[in-house]
Write a protein of this length. Structure first.
Length: 231
């Protein structure tokens, strides 16, 4: 979309667009919702990581035929995944499958206050305790790149709060990947930390309703995934 800033990216992949149409349908059941989110997250993840990551030489190894070859690893070296509970969990398998090595997964639990739509944090397992933010080489120190995953960015409040939490932890850059975003919400996230945030979306809708839900949107993805509609 032309109205989005340069650090916001919307996939133009035809398969993503077709799968989003399927995901929007109220008739799509929980199993199909889970599969579609995984498939869209894989495609958008490939696009996002292709821009956010680099490679560096890591030495040499031998092929099964005994030939030597130069090996490479991704950069930055310290990457972590940060799913926003609970629906962010549906995107983890896609992103971990793309990354060449296992990475830490740090969960953030947030829900939106009904009167204000502002996020309230109820769970955070970032390894703050006993860790200095300057300890960039330690196994539990802050990541150089944190990848936040959440299927929907509506008002942008939750994703922005996650970015602020990760900045306080000491990360150098945040990559936010979603299935669908609202224009105003995506803009809010891109402005949350100048020069250090990139947002990648499978699709983007123009508006939100009085409940802070994107329209036409995807509905409450967590409820659709876990069959808790009407709770």
């Amino acid at each position: 979309m032309d109205s989005l800033p340069e650090n916001a990216h919307v996939s133009k992949h035809p398969c993503v667009r077709a799968k989003l149409s399927q995901l929007r349908a109220a008739s799509t059941n929980a199993r199909e919702v889970k599969a579609l989110i995984h498939e869209i997250a894989t495609i958008v993840g490939v696009e996002a990581l292709g821009k956010a990551l680099g490679v560096s030489s890591s030495g040499t190894d031998k092929s099964p035929l005994g030939y030597s070859y130069s090996t490479e690893r991704i950069t930055p070296k310290k990457v972590s995944l940060v799913p926003i509970l609970r629906s962010g969990l549906s995107m983890i398998d896609a992103l971990t499958a793309l990354l060449p090595n296992p990475v830490p997964i740090h969960h953030l639990g947030m829900y939106r206050s009904k009167p204000t739509f502002e996020p309230i944090e109820y769970y955070n397992n970032l390894p703050y305790h006993g860790t200095s933010i300057t300890d960039s080489e330690g196994p539990s120190g802050p990541s150089e790149l944190a990848i936040v995953v959440d299927p929907v960015i509506a008002t942008g409040a939750t994703a922005t709060a996650a970015v602020e939490t990760l900045r306080d932890w000491g990360v150098k850059k945040v990559l936010v990947i979603c299935i669908l975003g609202g224009v105003d919400g995506v803009k809010r996230v891109t402005e949350s930390w100048e020069g250090c945030v990139e947002v990648w979306c499978g699709g983007c809708d123009e508006g939100t309703d009085e409940k802070g839900m994107i329209k036409p949107g995807l509905g409450d993805v967590g409820d659709r995934l876990y069959l808790t509609i009407g709770k």
